[in-house]
Design a protein around this ligand. Structure first.
Ligand code: DC
Length: 223
């Protein structure tokens, strides 16, 4: 008889600033399982294209770059470290200008197929909470739990603003709000695996909720 161990996968999707990564990290910690930030993979590719002067709209050049790229995820005490061609780029990929590059490069089919393969492989090897845009709808349609987080655009922009400031990056709130709206549009309207709530996901509007409240409500749903 085939001995197939199924892993526990929790999908947390939603637009930028909806609280996904903070919440996903806390849920993973609470359940003592790994956390996979899938956006980090697209960010790493956006960063590499930027360093190499490759347009994220040039499908051929990006596809060629992809063949020469190694993205590796390693875990240290449940914490994810992303290595791009051997270098830990965890901090560099968080810079604000990488966000739009990640969104644009993620539209290229070869990019998405390669990243989705990697995400599925990681999810099949360990229990984990994954956050992204298409985890419940495309990457892991059979995930045990699916959560879709939302929040008003004003609140999401405020959160991102605070996060960037805490990293020492100065950005104008109004510009950030516009950037997020553009990215939402980009992520929701791409033809392949767009940002969408999976039919069987539970939706939580986090606009007026604290992180603790969101985490507690997800944990009570899971348990
Ligand atoms: O979650 P994030 O802001 O780090 O994601 C950056 C971009 O990467 C996002 O705007 C779209 C893309 N992305 C994606 O297409 N699919 C995912 N599962 C995660 C991110």
């Amino acid at each position: 008889m085939k001995n197939e161990k199924t892993t526990l996968n929790i999908a947390i999707d939603g637009p930028a600033g909806s609280g996904k990564s903070t919440v996903a990290k806390l849920i993973a910690k609470e359940l003592s399982i790994a956390y996979l930030d899938t956006g980090a993979m697209y960010r790493a590719l956006g960063l590499k294209a930027c360093i190499n002067g490759i347009s994220v709209f040039d499908e051929q050049a990006v596809t060629a770059m992809l063949k020469e790229t190694c993205i590796d995820i390693k875990y240290d005490g449940g914490v994810q470290h992303l290595f791009l061609d051997g270098e830990d780029v965890g901090l560099r990929i968080r810079e604000n200008h990488i966000s739009q590059l990640a969104s644009d490069i993620s539209k290229i089919h070869a990019v998405r197929l390669a990243m989705v393969d990697l995400q599925r492989k990681i999810a099949s090897e360990r229990d984990c909470v994954l956050d992204g845009r298409d985890i419940g709808s495309f990457v892991l349609p059979n995930a045990k739990h699916k959560i879709f987080l939302t929040a008003s655009i004003e609140e999401r922009a405020k959160r991102r603003h605070k996060e960037l400031l805490s990293r020492g990056e100065t950005v104008i709130l109004d510009e950030l709000t516009k950037d997020i709206a553009t990215r939402d549009q980009n992520d929701m309207t791409r033809d392949f695996a767009p940002l969408v709530k999976a039919k069987d996901a539970i939706e939580i509007d986090t606009t007026k909720m604290s992180i603790g409240e969101v985490v507690r409500s997800i944990l009570s749903y899971i348990k």
